[in-house]
Design a protein around this ligand. Structure first.
Ligand SMILES: C[S@@+](CC[C@H](N)C(=O)[O-])C[C@H]1O[C@@H](n2cnc3c(N)ncnc32)[C@H](O)[C@@H]1O
Length: 334
C-alpha cells in the first residue's frame, strides 16, 4: 500500500524519497568550499576520496539534509539532495538533455496540468520526462516513445532512480513515433504532445490525429532552420492554429558583498520552443494576413524578397522625401 500524506491522501510518487534523513542508495550532492559540485550515490562502508583526504559515506547516511561532512584533512562538504534541476544536469546521459530552463517553459507554456494525457518523443535521457511526470502527477499519464533502445534504457534508469522506483503515470515504448503513436493513443484523445527530435515536421499527421481539439503541440528544436521548416509545415498542414515560437535566456548572478552583478558566463543557446494548438476536425484556421511562403529554402537571391523576410517595404515617395531631408534630392535632369 502507498504511504499516505498528513492529509490522509496517498503520498505522491517520489515525495517520500525527497524527505527525511539520508538513506543508503540515494544520490547526494556535495558542495566543496569553492562551490564545486560532486554527486555521489550513498553506499554503506564506501568512502569518498578527494585530493585532500576522504570521508566515509556512513558519516552522511542517517544525517539530515543540509549537514556538513569533513574529510580526514578537515575539508568541509555540504550535503544536500539534488533538486530536479540539479539531477537532470548531473544524471547519466546518452542524448543531450532538455535544460531546466526549457523544461520549465514547456511545462508552463504547453499547460501540462495534473491529470493530463501527454505523449513525449523522443525520450533521450529522460530529463524532460521527469518534469512532465511531476506536472501530470500520479493521476495523469506520460507515454514516452523512443526509437533507440539504449537511450530508452538510460531514460528508464534515470526516471526510476529519481522517483525511487517506477512511476505509475509513466509508460515507455520503443519505436518510431509515427508507428507507435497510433497504437498507443485513440484518435483525438491526447491533451499535449511534446516533440524533442531532429525532424518533428515528419510527424505532423500522426500528431494531429492523436491530439484532442484544443490540444497543444510543443516542439523543441536547436536551430532556426528547423524552426522555420516546422512553422511552415504546420501552416501547410491546416490542422493547427498559428504557431508561436520563442527562446529563453537565463542570466545567473554573482552575489558577493558589493559585487552584485550578472555572472560573466552563461548558457548562450539551448533551443527554440514552438507551440501550436490543434483545431477542431474539419475547421480551418482563420487565415493570417501574410504572404504565402514560396518555399522553405529559396535558392536564388530573387526569391528572398523583403516581404518574405517580414521586412517593411519603403515607398519611392518616402525615399524621395528622405533624400530631400538629408540634402540629397535627386536631380530631375540627371
Ligand atoms: C535530444 S534527444 C531527447 C532528449 C530528452 N528530451 C531529454 O530531455 O533527455 C532526441 C531523441 O529523439 C529520438 N528520436 C528522434 N526521432 C524520433 C522518432 N521519430 N521517434 C522516436 N524517437 C525519436 C532520438 O533517438 C533521441 O533519443
Amino acid at each position: 500500500m502507498r504511504p499516505t500524506s498528513e492529509h490522509g491522501r496517498p503520498e505522491a510518487t517520489g515525495a517520500a524519497v525527497r524527505r527525511g534523513p539520508f538513506r543508503a542508495g540515494e544520490r547526494v550532492q556535495l558542495t566543496d568550499p569553492k562551490g564545486k559540485l560532486h554527486t555521489i550515490a550513498l553506499q554503506e562502508n564506501a568512502t569518498f576520496h578527494t585530493h585532500r583526504g576522504y570521508f566515509r559515506h556512513d558519516d552522511i547516511i542517517g544525517q539530515p539534509e543540509g549537514c556538513v561532512v569533513r574529510t580526514t584533512s578537515g575539508i568541509e562538504y555540504l550535503a544536500l539532495r539534488p533538486l530536479l534541476s540539479d539531477y537532470t544536469l548531473s544524471m547519466p546521459r546518452g542524448a543531450a538533455v532538455v535544460y531546466p530552463k526549457d523544461a520549465g517553459q514547456i511545462v508552463a507554456m504547453a499547460d501540462i496540468f495534473p491529470g493530463a494525457r501527454v505523449i513525449e518523443a523522443g525520450v533521450g535521457s529522460g530529463a524532460l520526462t521527469l518534469s512532465l511526470l511531476r506536472a501530470v502527477g500520479d493521476s495523469g499519464s506520460v507515454h514516452s516513445i523512443e526509437r533507440r533502445e539504449d537511450f530508452a534504457a538510460i531514460a528508464r534508469g534515470n526516471v526510476e532512480a529519481f522517483f525511487g522506483g517506477p512511476h505509475p503515470a509513466w509508460s515507455l515504448s520503443r519505436g518510431d513515433l509515427a508507428d507507435v503513436l497510433p497504437l498507443v493513443a485513440e484518435p483525438g484523445t491526447v491533451d499535449r504532445i511534446v516533440l524533442d527530435m531532429l525532424a518533428p515536421w515528419e510527424n505532423l499527421d500522426v500528431t494531429a490525429a492523436a491530439l484532442a481539439p484544443g490540444g497543444v503541440l510543443v516542439c523543441y528544436v536547436a536551430t532556426t532552420t528547423q524552426l522555420s521548416r516546422l512553422a511552415e509545415d504546420l501552416r501547410d498542414h491546416g490542422g493547427f492554429a498559428e504557431p508561436e515560437a520563442w527562446e529563453t535566456m537565463v542570466r545567473s548572478w554573482h552575489l558577493e558583498g558589493l559585487a552584485v552583478r550578472p555572472n560573466h558566463r552563461m548558457v548562450g543557446h539551448t533551443g527554440f520552443l514552438l507551440t501550436a494548438r490543434r483545431m477542431a476536425d474539419g475547421v480551418e484556421a482563420p487565415v493570417r494576413r501574410r504572404r504565402p511562403s514560396k518555399g522553405n529554402y529559396p535558392t536564388t537571391s530573387e526569391e528572398w524578397t523583403p516581404e518574405d523576410l517580414g521586412e517593411r517595404t519603403v515607398s519611392d515617395k518616402k525615399v524621395r522625401r528622405v533624400r530631400r531631408d538629408v540634402g540629397q534630392a535627386a536631380n530631375p535632369e540627371a
